[in-house]
Design a protein around this ligand. Structure first.
Ligand code: NAD
Ligand code: DAU
Length: 350
């Protein structure tokens, strides 16, 4: 029996990782540590919450004492660390929050692991989940590899880059067994509707404007969230200690092309005449420091650990759109309250 702490398990990607591990590995005890910020939602885990190998602990990773207590109490064998402030736009308005959670929170977890494992690191693992944004922005050509230089531009990516450096520093300095993966943009069910795909599905559904930053020419490499969770599973079990693995979909889209595809699919699904939803496209002021292009070379993961995406993007996008349309209650609950204040600040006063 292994006990694994998954931080940020009530968020978008974390909930998919928790679901996969709890169901696939009944011999593991999974302890989900989450502060339940605006982005954390226990409704994301309704289907697994009563399973005997799952436990939820509401806690803030910025609270060092509590992290140490949790490590003492549960004697974790491994950590899969996903808890983070994750939205670039929020990092532009409130960078400090990102330093607390993403940098200090990560260092607190590293310290707790180091102290409780007492430098006896056999069979222990600290798995840090990170982003391709640490590599900065690409021109028209090329892909990010595991050896690309770090060149973050937003407060979010700077905080994630910093946390990656700390994880490597603990490996190099103390031998703390760790792994890092850097993934491209995820899409799928349970994503908070501040991110492009669920935001636009929700706005199209409600006949609200579709706010495209700049000219909509920025490129992102989209990966289905369940394929990311599968990659985390493979890397967790087979990845080389001290290693880094890039995870991506080989699936680049300019924002505007992606938005137009979503509009077409939703016109059909909502029974609207073709071209209706596109009329909502509104070009708004660009995001400050907006990275132009992200694209991942995931060949190391494919060649060494035999992982590849399972789903074609068109199929995944359609599945995702269906999920949001079928889960109106989830969307309605999440877009009430604080979300309204955020939305007004971010978009109405833009
Ligand atoms: P999310 O914002 O949906 O979820 C983050 C979770 O962390 C929430 O449940 C939140 O409550 C929790 N959390 C935040 N601050 C906390 C704190 N101080 N203490 C404890 N819990 C806290 O994020 P996501 O999109 O699921 O991303 C998860 C991880 O994956 C992040 O580390 C992110 O950097 C990384 N990542 C995300 C993407 C993506 O496309 N979304 C791509 C690559 C990497
Ligand atoms: O690349 C991985 C990263 O992907 C993760 O590390 C982040 O946590 C995750 O949020 C995501 O970052 P992005 O900034 O790429 O995602 P976002 O959904 O915010 O935006 C995607 C693109 O769409 C980006 O070029 C900005 C643009 N956009 C976004 C929003 C919210 C718009 O044009 N309009 C919008 O309203």
């Amino acid at each position: 029996m292994k006990t694994i702490a998954i931080t940020g398990g009530a968020g978008f990607i974390g909930s998919h990782v928790v679901r996969l591990f709890v169901n696939k590995y009944p011999e593991y005890k999974i302890v989900n540590i989450d502060k339940l910020t605006y982005a954390g939602n226990l409704a994301n885990l309704k289907d697994v919450e009563s399973l005997p190998n799952y436990e939820f602990v509401k806690a803030d990773i910025v609270d060092a004492d509590t992290m140490m207590q949790l490590f003492k109490k549960h004697q974790f064998d491994a950590v899969i660390h996903l808890a983070a402030e994750s939205h670039v736009d929020r990092s532009i308005t409130n960078p400090t929050e990102f330093v607390f959670t993403n940098v200090i929170g990560t260092v607190n977890l590293l310290n707790a692991a180091k102290a409780i494992w007492k430098d006896n690191f056999k069979d222990k693992l600290f798995y840090h989940v990170s982003t391709d944004e640490v590599y900065g922005s690409l021109g028209e050509e090329g892909l990010f590899t595991e050896t690309s230089n770090y060149d973050p531009h937003s407060p979010y990516s700077a905080s994630k880059a910093s946390s990656d450096h700390f994880v490597r520093a603990y490996f190099d300095t103390y031998g703390l067994p760790s792994l890092i993966s850097n993934c491209s943009n995820n899409y799928g069910s349970y994503q908070f509707p501040e991110k492009l795909i669920p935001l636009f599905i929700n706005n199209i559904r409600n006949n609200k404007p579709l706010p495209v930053y700049g000219k909509g020419e920025n490129v992102r490499d989209w990966l289905w969230v369940e394929d990311h969770a599968r990659a985390i599973d493979v890397i967790f079990h087979k990845g080389a200690l001290g290693g880094t693995y890039n995870i991506g979909g080989h699936n680049e889209w300019t924002n505007i092309d992606l938005i137009k595809v979503m509009c077409r699919i939703l016109d059909k699904k909502l029974g609207r005449p073709e071209g209706t939803s596109e009329q909502g496209i509104t070009y708004v002021k660009d995001r400050a420091g907006h990275d132009m292009r992200y694209a991942i070379d995931a060949s190391k993961l494919q060649n060494e650990l035999d992982w590849k995406p399972s789903l074609q993007f068109e199929e995944g996008l359609e599945k995702t759109i269906d999920w949001y349309l079928e889960n109106e209650n989830w969307l309605e609950n999440i877009t009430s309250g604080n979300y309204q204040a955020y939305y007004e600040k971010q978009y109405i006063k833009r």
